[in-house]
Design a protein around this ligand. Structure first.
Ligand SMILES: [Zn+2]
Length: 96
C-alpha cells in the first residue's frame, strides 16, 4: 500500500480502494516516540545499573536504538492507523 517509504499509493492495487482519504497525521510519529522512548530509556537505566558503562556507550546505544527502532516501527504503525481509520469509518467531521 506504500509508494516509497511513507507515502500511500493513490489506491489499492487489489481492490481499488481509494487511499486519498487516509490521513494518519501525527499519529504514527506519536506512537513511535512513545514506544521508542519507553524502550530506550528503560534500556539505558538497566544498562547503567547493571554495567555502569562510560557515557559514549550510552550515547551510541541510545542513538542507534532510537533511529533504528523509529525507522522500523513508523511504516507498520502508519499502515495500522490507516487500517483502523478504514475499519472504524473515521473521517473528518461534517456539519449537517
Ligand atoms: Zn484492497
Amino acid at each position: 500500500m506504500f509508494d516509497g517509504f511513507l507515502t500511500f499509493k493513490p489506491s489499492c492495487q487489489v481492490c481499488g480502494l481509494d487511499y486519498s482519504t487516509f490521513n494518519a497525521g501525527d499519529g504514527p510519529a506519536f506512537f513511535v516516540m512513545s514506544i521508542v522512548g519507553i524502550v530506550v530509556v528503560g534500556l539505558a537505566l538497566w544498562l547503567e545499573i547493571t554495567f555502569e558503562p562510560p557515557i559514549w556507550v550510552h550515547a551510541s546505544v541510545a542513538i542507534t536504538l532510537s533511529v533504528g527502532l523509529s525507522l522500523l516501527l513508523v511504516r507498520p504503525l502508519k499502515g495500522m492507523l490507516a487500517a483502523l481509520q478504514f475499519a472504524n469509518k473515521a473521517e473528518e467531521g461534517r456539519f449537517r
